[in-house]
Design a protein around this ligand. Structure first.
Ligand SMILES: C[S@@+](CC[C@H](N)C(=O)[O-])C[C@H]1O[C@@H](n2cnc3c(N)ncnc32)[C@H](O)[C@@H]1O
Length: 178
């Protein structure tokens, strides 16, 4: 978790600039919404849990809140607004259909940072076999399935970090790739 957090902070530091429009999908307590809003980006903080949006709102200074739109949205039902960059950290493990997630996210952003739990990882193989070990009810995704979805949406992987039992991926629209 600490490594994932460091990598996400590095990404934000390198990529997010004042005036950009960004989405924090599954914003949780708003930790990344806060960092991006403090940098002067306009952040769409999106979560389907009202409690997460309340927490995010409470964690923002009035100045940061001026840069944030909070929206109660299920990303499996509704496409995100048009943005320059989207983050979905810790979200795909709670989503069964990666295809639906990508359909509602990828057409609306030039860059997506997300992580997933790999179906091929031995610990995840065991977790999926024995329900009793999957206490959080997480979903794992195939590495090829994710790669295919990235390609289908005319994106390319610009960075891929192995973290714990999965990967953190930075995908860019081919037209926006470095
Ligand atoms: C593990 S938390 C991660 C929070 C934050 N991104 C972070 O890294 O600290 C996952 C968040 O995603 C939200 N979430 C899960 N599925 C979602 C969906 N289909 N649509 C919107 N939000 C979702 C949950 O409510 C939760 O706040």
């Amino acid at each position: 978790m600490a490594r994932r957090h460091d990598l996400v902070c590095c990404f934000i530091d390198e990529t997010i600039r004042s005036g950009m429009v960004v989405a924090d999908i599954g914003c949780g307590n708003g930790i990344y919404t806060k960092i991006m809003a403090a940098k002067g980006a306009h952040v769409h903080a999106i979560d389907f849990a009202e409690a997460a949006l309340d927490l995010t709102r409470r964690n923002l200074t009035p100045k940061e809140l001026g840069n944030v739109s909070l929206a109660r949205v299920n990303v499996l039902d509704t496409a995100i607004p048009k943005v320059d960059v989207a983050l979905a950290v810790g979200v795909l493990p709670y989503i069964k259909s990666a295809a639906t997630f990508f359909q509602h996210v990828m057409p609306s952003t030039k860059i997506l940072l997300f992580n997933y739990l790999s179906r091929a990882n031995i610990l995840n193989v065991i977790r999926q076999k024995f329900d009793v070990l999957n206490v959080r009810g997480v979903h794992c995704h195939g590495d090829k399935e994710i790669q295919n979805l990235i390609q289908v949406h005319e994106c390319a992987v610009s960075r891929r970090h192995r973290i714990a039992t999965g990967f953190l991926i930075e995908a860019r629209k081919i037209s926006a790739a470095r």
